[in-house]
Design a protein around this ligand. Structure first.
Ligand SMILES: *Cc1c(COP(=O)(O)O)cnc(C)c1O
Length: 406
């Protein structure tokens, strides 16, 4: 009897292992469970689904988490970046300095304001904007710097703030990857003039779509809040009596960038679990780092002293000059083996619109271009199981190993 039970158990274990190894590993899956369902249902039943009490609460709790004085809930990080440029007074003919290794919106919002994006090269170890390149690119037209805390590793904020102070520039942080990150003991979200966060589906916490802007500047927080909802003055509400219909005034031609209470409901539930999620991603990151450390054709991005990484993405830079295949071939092979990957990012200055409009060309930013053709992001999220991390490692090693020059 005992023997037979043992055999059956073993067979079950085997079947389970086969199913894990056969299933496609998705690049990302959000961690949405009972708590999120409960908050959403609560919001639906409350009858208040647009910007309201939950948005307010989410703003307060988020501000507390990132140690910022003010937080404004928005419908995306892109909106947060755009409104930051507006309050910074960026307009036609101005220049804004940023990194080419980022998502489309970091640069697009600069164009929306009629300004010109000026791209700097990146640091080889972190792929963050290289402060040494910033100062060289400042002109009389420069108004702001947008560093991106790439993959969750904070940019070199001491240097960036120093340069910004010297030249009287606004610092707008793109922290879409970096909610949990810290720089020299300070939370990301509490440092620059504004910091912009994303709750897009693949980010560390999600509201489906959504974003948050934090700042320590009271006047800016108020302006941004007004600009996020058609430029309608909130003070107008107070002016018109206690009861009955209250008039509102348009004081700017604002935008429709507000967060809804349905989004905030998700955000409140997600924020409670943010550190728990971080711990799982940290553990998986260490597994990846350990596995790839000894492989000369793979560069793993660094982690500097004095920072807290948010472990949003795990990126390998595949040294294709030492291999018989390019990145896209390797990427496709990995995908064929049942592992979905991402590319963060192909350098913005080489995309057609940017090349054609601003005359950017290959050769301007050597390291960004090197990385642009070599980065691969591997799956990293709390819903992954340890066996899946192991499978990703073995697939990546096998594929890259197969293209070795000898
Ligand atoms: C995702 C992302 C954004 C945009 O976030 P949304 O909330 O989708 O607008 C901006 N910058 C970076 C670096 C991103 O990865």
């Amino acid at each position: 009897m005992l023997f037979r039970r043992g055999k059956a158990d073993r067979r079950e274990v085997e079947t389970h292992r086969v199913s894990v190894m056969d299933q496609r590993i998705l690049f990302h899956q959000p961690s949405l469970d009972r708590e999120e369902e409960r908050e959403i249902v609560d919001t639906l039943r409350s009858g208040w689904v647009t910007t309201g009490p939950k948005t307010k609460r989410f703003e307060q709790e988020f501000a507390k988490y990132v140690k910022a004085k003010y937080a404004v809930g928005l419908n995306s990080c892109t909106s947060a970046l755009h409104l930051s440029l507006i309050v910074a007074g960026v307009k036609e003919g101005d220049e804004v300095i940023t990194t080419p290794i980022t998502f489309a919106s970091t640069a697009n919002v600069i164009v929306h304001q009629g300004a010109k994006p000026i791209f700097c090269d990146v640091e080889p170890d972190t792929l963050n904007i290289d402060p040494k390149d910033i100062e060289e690119k400042i002109t009389e037209r420069t108004k702001a710097i947008i560093p991106v805390h790439f993959a969750g590793h904070p940019a070199d904020m001491d240097e960036i703030i120093k340069i910004a102070k010297k030249h009287n520039l606004v610092v707008i942080e793109d922290a879409a990857h970096a909610i949990e990150a810290e720089y020299k003991g300070k939370k990301i979200g509490s440092i620059g003039d504004t910091t912009c966060f994303s709750f897009y589906a693949t980010k560390n916490i999600t509201t489906g779509e959504g974003g948050m802007l934090t700042t320590n500047n009271k006047e800016w927080a108020e302006k941004i809040s007004i600009m996020s909802l058609h430029g309608i003055s909130r003070d107008a509400w107070k002016r018109y009596g206690e009861e009955g219909y209250r008039h509102w005034d348009i004081i700017h031609p604002g935008y429709k960038y507000n967060m809804s209470d349905i989004q905030a409901a998700l955000g409140l539930a997600q924020l409670k679990k943010i550190e728990e999620f971080w711990q799982i991603r940290e553990r998986y990151t260490q597994m990846y780092r350990e596995a790839f450390r000894e492989i000369p054709q793979i560069q793993v991005l660094g982690e500097r002293e004095g920072i807290r990484h948010s472990y949003h993405l795990f990126i390998i830079v595949v040294k294709t000059e030492e291999l018989k295949a390019n990145r896209d071939t390797i990427m496709n092979e990995i995908q064929k083996e049942g592992v979905s990957i991402g590319i963060h990012f192909r350098a913005i200055h080489l995309h057609p619109y940017y090349r054609e409009t601003f005359g950017f060309r290959r050769g301007m930013l050597p390291y960004a271009e090197y990385a642009s053709e070599r980065v691969i992001s591997l799956p990293l999220y709390p819903k992954m199981r340890e066996e899946e991390v192991e499978k990703v490692i073995s697939v990546a090693k096998k594929v890259i190993g197969g293209y070795q020059k000898r």
